[in-house]
Design a protein around this ligand. Structure first.
Ligand SMILES: CC(C)(COP(=O)(O)OP(=O)(O)OC[C@H]1O[C@@H](n2cnc3c(N)ncnc32)[C@H](O)[C@@H]1OP(=O)(O)O)[C@@H](O)C(=O)NCCC(=O)NCCS
Length: 405
């Protein structure tokens, strides 16, 4: 009987063998330059992110660039089923991926899939246009992008969105599909508007953001940005930054919006948000240099909330960022005052813990076990310095971008 260990070389890294492509025209099928790979695959292939049983495997996951019709197929030179004389079976890759697709809607016949391209030039963005952006590359080439807001629940939109959100399992950590039956979801979509080979304008889907509009008493709402994904071929073109700005403007114009929050932001997203917020706040009166150097105050929270709909927690971050922007770090006194200010915030939870402990001790409660788990003063100082360094490095990256404007 064949031993599975004999076939170790047939254990493949899904992140390498799964090839995605966004297809604008038939010729794109053979254009390797368009291929991109998943960032993660554990939601599809399990924790090990492996596929078993093939030699020279290519898993092709193709999407038409606008409407996002999906083709799934595999190519390989040899399979463990044949090598082992039928004793061992290779993973059924197509049906494993298909389980994550909405309504089992996908093509396994490439010609049928390509036929959908014949109608792709009719594909129009869903929703209302709320922004546009021209991206200019180093060689002067211009690309045009448009941002749309969509809250209508037509079945054609929901089917399209069902296909679009299949990407998150591969590209967003800990992501899950949203419940599109819930009417409080609002959708923002980004498309590239490009001229096809016939010289006609056509749309390609570039990314999306979902926002959950929480109700707030009595007739208000607090939108929370939930998922944002810019498809890999469109990343680092400034699209997420533009989308965040458009979403802000959309909600800033609404009187009944209290503030905008973000659900569990990734590091990249938080940096991007800090940049957008700092750029907006820099123009506010309460964030003028002369005010910032005096320290954090309630007027900053009020003004940023009223005009920009920023929540207080984020306003504090932007204050720290802009204060560093204005701080001369070569002036030791100025720089030290800045560090102390940030460390005070970073230490707030620990400080509260220590106060509570002292209170318990005054009440003659036994705190020995709790104290044993706490860091010593020296350890805490070192931790704080480490935390501070991470925060400052992050702020400095954003400051460099602000200075480059
Ligand atoms: C995080 C994410 C949304 C960012 O999207 P994006 O469109 O690439 O973002 P931007 O282009 O606006 O900015 C990204 C970086 O590119 C830089 N950039 C912007 N325009 C650029 C250009 N024309 N050329 C080169 N770089 C550019 C930005 O300065 C920024 O740099 P930084 O990361 O050092 O701060 C995207 O990477 C993504 O979808 N990731 C996977 C999912 C995810 O993490 N989502 C967020 C949490 S739900």
């Amino acid at each position: 009987m064949a031993q599975i260990q004999e076939y170790q070389s047939l254990v493949l890294d899904a992140l390498e063998v799964v090839d995605f492509k966004l297809i604008r025209e038939k010729g794109d099928i053979n254009n390797d330059a368009l291929t991109f790979h998943p960032a993660m695959a554990h939601q599809i292939f399990g924790e090990s992110e492996t596929i078993f049983g093939y030699e020279d495997l290519h898993v092709r996951v193709l999407y038409t660039a606008g409407p996002l019709h999906i083709y799934l197929g595999i190519e390989y030179s040899n399979r463990v089923n044949e090598i082992s004389g039928g004793e061992i079976k290779a993973d059924d890759v197509v049906s494993t991926i298909a389980q994550s697709l909405p309504d089992g809607c996908y093509f396994i016949n490439l010609d049928e899939f390509l036929k959908t391209l014949d109608k792709a030039d009719k594909f129009q963005p869903f929703g209302e246009k709320i922004g546009e952006y021209t991206q200019v590359s180093d060689d002067g080439t211009e690309r045009l992008f448009e941002i749309y807001q969509c809250d209508y629940k037509s079945s054609s939109f929901l089917k399209f969105f069902g296909r679009l959100q299949t990407f998150i399992l591969w590209f967003v950590d800990a992501a899950s599909y949203i419940d599109t039956d819930d009417p409080q979801w609002c959708y923002f979509l980004c498309y590239e508007k490009y001229k096809n080979s016939d010289g006609q304008w056509q749309y390609a889907t570039a990314g999306y953001t979902t926002v959950y509009e929480y109700y707030a008493y009595p007739e208000n709402k607090r939108p929370r940005i939930s998922q944002m994904l810019i498809l890999p071929p469109f990343q680092k073109l400034g699209l997420a930054t533009q989308m965040v700005e458009s979403i802000y403007k959309f909600y800033q114009a609404q009187k009944n919006v209290i503030d905008i929050t973000v659900e569990d932001p990734s590091e990249d997203f938080q940096r991007l948000r800090n940049f957008v917020d700092a750029r907006f706040c820099k123009e506010l009166k309460s964030f003028a240099r002369a005010e910032i150097v005096k320290g954090f105050n309630k007027e900053m929270v009020r003004e940023a909330r009223e005009t920009l709909k920023l929540n207080p927690h984020q306003v504090r971050k932007v204050y720290e960022l802009l204060r560093l922007f204005y701080t001369n770090i070569n002036e030791e006194k100025e720089y030290k005052a800045y560090r102390l200010e940030v460390k005070k915030r970073l230490n707030a939870v620990h400080y509260k813990q220590m106060k509570d402990l002292q209170k318990m001790e005054r009440l003659k409660m036994d705190t020995e076990m709790i104290r044993a788990r706490l860091p010593t003063v020296k350890q805490r100082m070192d931790q704080l310095q480490e935390e501070y360094t991470v925060v400052e490095q992050d702020y400095q990256k954003t400051i460099a971008k602000l200075r480059a404007l």
